[in-house]
Design a protein around this ligand. Structure first.
Ligand SMILES: Cc1ncc(COP(=O)(O)O)c(C=O)c1O
Length: 375
């Protein structure tokens, strides 16, 4: 049997929606993007969403919109995709890592205060694999030290914790619609916020700092525009938005299927002496973006190879960022500085997780994991 690591869930209705846009006059940022932004905000129960080309762009622009730049420090986690920390560098600031919790792999909130200096301007928590960080505690720390919070919610569209959802306690939350994400436009991203000033600034920053987008300029009579600030070219297109809109309609249904699959995995590995699963906390709804297992670090790569030989697609999410060459060379990081993140980075294997995965395929993955890890 062959079990792909990921299969997207784009169906005929999604394709028809895209074709409708392709047959229309307006392909770039226009009414379809506005409709997606409105519906995404409504789904999250927050006020504003600004569609961009990736989560990396969303993080970069959010930092800029919040005034973060050279000389500033941003506290984040080393157990994430490089985009979280790279975006801080793109904004001209310096990422400062704090180690993670062993049970969830999310940033250890108790260590954040110890990393705050006079230069700290923001905290960038990452809701890893779909489970939110403790936003109530992070908000309290941010308020005490007058810090901004930019949430990396690339994995966490459907998540909530203590009744809080992304963008509700953070100043901005950034989402990814990359090819393997819970809803996808191949590439794409968004920032959601309750702050009108940040939303308005983001709309300009995503389009070179122009005072009017193409839809404003061409809808009636031509209107002149001004460049009010230096921005980027990160605007979402109507084509991307059309693909996302119809997926948004079945986001909970797809989440339920992923939840079922995760429960099958968790039950199978509950008593396992070799394989460990991370925990979803009782007060938390995980968006169930990635399902990772932990195995003994010395055996990880050979176990992963055997999964692949048995036809199972796997990945590593993620290697601890501070150990990657650029981060070591630029910031002088060494092994031993963030031991929990290092251990997870050395032990982790991501298993297939997507709504199209059949029960039979899940059972096959479980069987192979058990056979390989006990051999
Ligand atoms: C935690 C996290 N943050 C940010 C990103 C970047 O997303 P994008 O590829 O949309 O820029 C990713 C992508 O996988 C991610 O996993």
């Amino acid at each position: 049997m062959k079990v792909e690591f990921y299969k997207h869930n784009v169906g005929q209705q999604d394709i028809d929606n895209v074709v409708e846009v392709l047959n229309s006059l307006f392909l770039t940022t226009g009414e379809v993007v506005s409709e997606f932004e409105y519906k995404f905000s409504r789904y999250l129960d927050c006020r504003y969403t600004v569609g961009v080309t990736s989560c990396t762009a969303a993080l970069h622009l959010s930092l800029l919109a919040c005034g973060i730049g050279p000389g500033d420090e941003v506290i984040t986690t080393p157990m994430t995709f490089i985009a979280s920390a790279n975006s801080v560098i793109h904004a001209g600031a310096t990422p400062v890592f704090v180690d993670v919790e062993p049970e969830t792999a999310n940033i250890n909130v108790d260590l954040i205060e110890g990393a705050i200096t006079a230069k700290t301007k923001a905290i960038l928590p990452v809701h890893l694999y779909g489970q939110m960080c403790d936003m109530k505690k992070i908000r309290a720390i941010a308020d005490r030290y007058h810090l901004i919070i930019i949430e990396d919610a690339a994995h966490a569209i459907e998540a909530s914790r203590d009744g809080i959802r992304p963008a509700q306690l953070g100043d901005a939350a950034c989402f990814s619609f990359y090819a393997t994400k819970n809803i996808t436009s191949g590439e794409g991203g968004a920032v959601s916020t309750n702050n009108e000033e940040i939303a308005e600034k983001l709309k300009k920053l995503r389009l070179h700092g122009m005072s009017k987008g193409a839809a404003d300029r061409y809808s009636k009579r031509y209107e002149h525009w001004d460049m009010e600030m230096l921005g980027w070219k990160y605007n979402m297109s109507n084509i991307q938005a059309a693909l996302l809109l119809s997926q948004l309609g079945r986001i909970e249904q797809n989440w339920q299927r992923r939840e079922q699959i995760c429960e099958m995995y968790e039950e199978a590995f509950e008593e396992d002496s070799v394989v460990t699963c991370l925990k979803v906390l009782p007060n938390s709804k995980s968006a169930r973006h990635l399902f990772t297992i932990l195995v003994p670090p010395k055996r990880r790569d050979s176990i992963m190879g055997q999964f692949q030989e048995s036809g199972i697609g796997v990945a590593v999410n993620f290697q601890a960022i501070h150990l990657l060459t650029f981060y070591r060379q630029t910031f002088g990081y060494e092994r031993g500085m963030y031991p929990i993140a290092e251990k997870i980075g050395d032990s982790t294997i991501t298993l297939p997780l997507y709504p199209k995965l059949s029960n039979e395929e899940v059972q096959y993955v479980i069987k192979v994991v058990k056979e390989v890890t006990t051999s």
